[in-house]
Design a protein around this ligand. Sequence first.
Ligand SMILES: [Zn+2]
Ligand SMILES: [Zn+2]
Length: 453
Amino acid sequence: MPDMTVPDANAAQPARPSTAYLDHLFHESEERRRSAPPADVAPSLLPAAVADAVERAAEALEPDLREVVERLHADPEPAWEEHRSAALLVEVLARHGIDAELGAHGVPTAFRAELAGAGDGPTIAICAEYDALPVIGHACGHNVIAAAGVGAFLALRGVLASAGAPAGRVVLLGTPAEEGSSGKEVLARAGAFDDVDAAIMVHPYGQDVAEQVWLGRRLLTWTFTGRPAHASAQPFMGRNALDAANLAYQGIGLLRQQLPPVDRVHATVVEGGTRPSIITERAVMRLYARSKYPDTLRDLSARLDDVARGAALMTGTEVEIVWDDGALPSLPVRTNAALTERWVAAQRRRGRDPLPPGVVSETLAASTDFGNVSFRVPGMHPLIQVSAPDVALHTAEFADAAGGAAAVPAAVDGAVGLALTALEYLTDDALRTAVHDEFVAHGGPLDVPTYFD
Ligand SMILES: [Zn+2]
Ligand SMILES: [Zn+2]
């Protein structure tokens, strides 16, 4: 059969977006960094010998952390399929005499290990992620998160077993399925955080950042159902589901101007009909909705419902709206400043100075299921540098960085930061009071499972 494609001499490449706005964001961030006074935080709340011992213990774990960083990076597994990754982390813990429970809380690729101090006291959890993205692998650097979490936990083993150990416990929670999912919410609903008083983790990034904005996120599916008809002979007897999807897509576009600035709605049409000659009976759209606060995410949800119903009304079709389709909602991160200060102090020991809140533009915000944890118990989710500042998460360049020269030092420094923060939390009554007072002042715990009902 002859090739009937008409060659187009003017065929254009996709436009290459101007970097002007992004350049401004980085420039403004740099200006804010220069003018922000360094956070005034106490260097340590621990006896110097104790803090030094924890730091040396984390450094001594470098070969194990390198193995975790490199082996996970070389063998990326996507959400819910992290069997080899979880098994490797449990194996590394076992090598150090820690008996971790694989399949904890009914999730096959989750795990849990505990260190007990001297008797009853508070419990702090360290979250370790290890899922990767399909196709591009560890482009979010969760291999570094896993290494930092395991390193922090093992670095605390000696001090928690020593004569001067504080009361309380440290829990290491292996939390699968962050990408495109809400593994931590699944674990939370299974009780993983019921006996936890505070939770901490670190995420790799292009800069050292104490606190960044993370948006709440919900998944959504709209299925429009119309009536099929011959598109030439009797189109007036049809009701076009693709028209409804089209109007809904336009509706989202117009809605955007009336949304808060960092609200995000992204949509795809995954089904749009079968043949041009048949009026489309069924069209399916998949969407993500994101917002900066739980209540503004709830507002956005209601407005999107109206868009879908409006499009259905205009076209005489029916719409089925399914929220949280395939993944439970994730909330924005509520960062606990009192905990984060302790992270900053620990990072300064390592020659890093995490940027204070507000320096990195909130425009550059993504989402994480750690948000759901942070609305149950006080939490922190700081960022540690593994790449150049202009490298975005979820790119091939970031995947390279997560397996590159800066990844292992970040895992060690991350381990030191998480370990010292956890130990200070267990040891220092005034810190714990400040952490919990702040959590209550920001509204206390949310009933996450029923929040969007
Ligand atoms: Zn990610
Ligand atoms: Zn991530």
